[in-house]
Design a protein around this ligand. Structure first.
Ligand code: C5P
Length: 230
């Protein structure tokens, strides 16, 4: 199965489906995030699954353990391939979420967001974190593994450091956004990496949005990326 997860960030269902209908589900998975889920919900996700796509439901839950577990149970009940929580919700929250997903038994993988890549070092003291970004990401990655989740969302630039800790399971999943082929526009992403470089440092899945979704021929862009990472 493809390591590429295409971020479906569109304001309308018709715009998203116009893209999706050009894509081959054997060549990519789809990420549905807060915008599209808030607007079009479960029927939209089901529709994509009916078209043969595996879905990463990227809703980044962060609440008390009982509430997050209930939300994760619903996500697993849809049968999505992957969903996620914020590691900052803590050990008990992540354990409750993992247990809920396992109880449903649909095979949904649960991962956690460590520190959002939109945060810079200078943002952390403002939220009471006095460690470096790397130390905080490492701490939250280890907590995620301790809670029994499958992996994390992080910057591709952090994967080598995290693997070097030798504290995470061998099969830990590293889902990395901020991916830009050399031929694509950077947009608002700051800390970028090419698809092949990201895989070579240990990313297991690549979240790619605009280099594919905004391309004149999205399927050609996807094929070009697949060729590059072969
Ligand atoms: O278009 P682009 O490739 O920048 O899209 C990246 C996707 O990954 C977007 O859906 C964005 O919200 C998401 N994302 C990110 N950085 C994170 C977490 C998620 O860019 N740290």
């Amino acid at each position: 199965m493809s390591k590429v997860i295409i971020a479906l960030d569109f304001p309308t269902e018709s715009a998203a489906l116009a893209l999706v209908d050009q894509l081959d589900p054997s060549m990519c998975r789809l990420k549905v995030g807060l915008e599209m889920y808030t607007a079009f919900g479960r029927p939209f996700v089901k529709n994509l699954m009916d078209k043969g796509f595996e879905i990463f439901l990227d809703l980044k839950f962060h609440d008390i353990p009982n509430t997050v577990a209930a939300a994760c149970r619903q996500a697993a009940d849809i049968g999505v391939w992957m969903t996620n929580v914020h590691a900052l919700g803590g050990l008990k929250m992540m354990q409750a979420a993992q247990k809920a997903v396992e109880e449903v038994g649909s095979g949904t993988q649960l991962i956690a967001v460590t520190i959002l890549t939109s945060h810079q070092q200078s943002d952390l003291p403002l939220i009471g974190v006095n460690d470096s970004v790397n130390d905080q990401v490492a701490r939250l990655a280890c907590l995620t593994a301790e809670a029994g989740l499958e992996g994390i969302v992080c910057s591709a630039q952090e994967v080598e450091m995290l693997k070097g800790l030798n504290k995470l399971p061998e099969d830990f999943v590293f889902v990395t956004p901020g991916i830009r082929p050399e031929w694509a526009a950077t947009g608002d992403q700051q800390r970028i990496m090419t698809p092949s470089k990201a895989l070579s440092v240990g990313s297991t899945h690549l979240v790619i949005g605009r280099p594919i979704t905004a391309a004149e021929d999205p399927m050609a862009a996807l094929k070009r990326i697949q060729e590059e990472i072969k």
